[in-house]
Design a binder for this molecule. Structure first.
Ligand SMILES: N[C@@H](CCC(=O)N[C@@H](CS)C(=O)NCC(=O)O)C(=O)O
Length: 231
């Protein structure tokens, strides 16, 4: 569908990938503006209030925060819907998106940034493994049917969680963290996601992600995200 959407994005960014997935799943044309996050252009400060990607521009409307952008896209362009129709299912979808954003993802950055602090690393390692087991047990094992996070319908939860799972290899490489053996449903869900054309169009391989996180792993990252994750 032709639109006047513009996404300020970076290929390396898992959050921007969430929105690129939503655009592709909805078949929306969108002008992509790729930013080098290590050398941000001067105009970026005007567009991105947090100095982060992604930012969506839609006519006069500007939206930031990947999950909020995705909700906006789902409301502004309802077909195909990426949000369940029942209030209870919508609440469950948002619980898992929040779990990814609030519990799981921060621990993945913090475990890297704690390069010289073995005790902190151990704490975050346990948090990450606990989150993976929790997702397996409380989300995927409790679905009634279907391959997606919420069951039969692909939703914003799949798009929010997938990019961080695509990057698990960097946790193994830098901190020896593996997807636990008992997370079979998570493994199957990842494989199902990787069959989708939207995922294939945005996906990068393990070597790419490992290189992309090197500066977090040696604690030399000095961008806005690293500063936030050090708090
Ligand atoms: N909560 C934000 C996080 C976005 C974010 O952290 N983006 C990173 C790239 S992955 C960024 O632009 N960082 C800028 C920097 O580190 O200077 C969202 O969901 O959109």
């Amino acid at each position: 569908m032709t639109t006047d959407l513009k996404l300020v994005s970076a290929e390396v960014c898992p959050y921007a990938q969430r929105t690129r997935l939503a655009l592709l799943e909805k078949g929306l044309d969108c002008e992509m503006v790729e930013i080098d996050l290590r050398n941000k252009p001067a105009w970026f400060a005007e567009v991105s209030p947090y100095s982060k990607v992604p930012v969506l521009l839609h006519g006069d409307v500007r939206v930031w925060e990947s999950n909020i952008i995705n909700e906006y896209l789902d409301e502004a362009f309802p077909a195909p819907p990426l949000t369940p129709s029942s209030a209870a299912e919508r609440a469950a979808m948002r619980i898992w998106i929040a779990h990814d954003d609030v519990k799981f993802v921060p621990a993945t950055y913090k475990v890297l940034l704690a390069r010289d602090e073995p005790e902190k690393q151990q704490l975050y390692r346990e948090t990450i493994l606990g989150c993976l087991r929790f997702m397996e047990r409380e989300a995927l094992a409790k679905r009634r049917s279907g391959p997606w996070w919420m069951g039969d319908q692909l939703t914003l939860a799949d798009l929010a969680i997938y990019p961080h799972m695509e990057r698990l290899a960097m946790l193994r490489e830098y901190r020896g963290i593996e997807l636990p053996e008992e997370c079979g449903r998570l493994r199957e869900w990842l494989a199902a996601m990787q069959e989708r054309s939207a995922v294939r169009a945005t996906m990068k391989d393990d070597a790419y992600h490992i290189a992309a996180y090197a500066k977090y792993a040696d604690a030399s990252a000095n961008g806005t995200t690293a500063a936030d994750m050090r708090l």
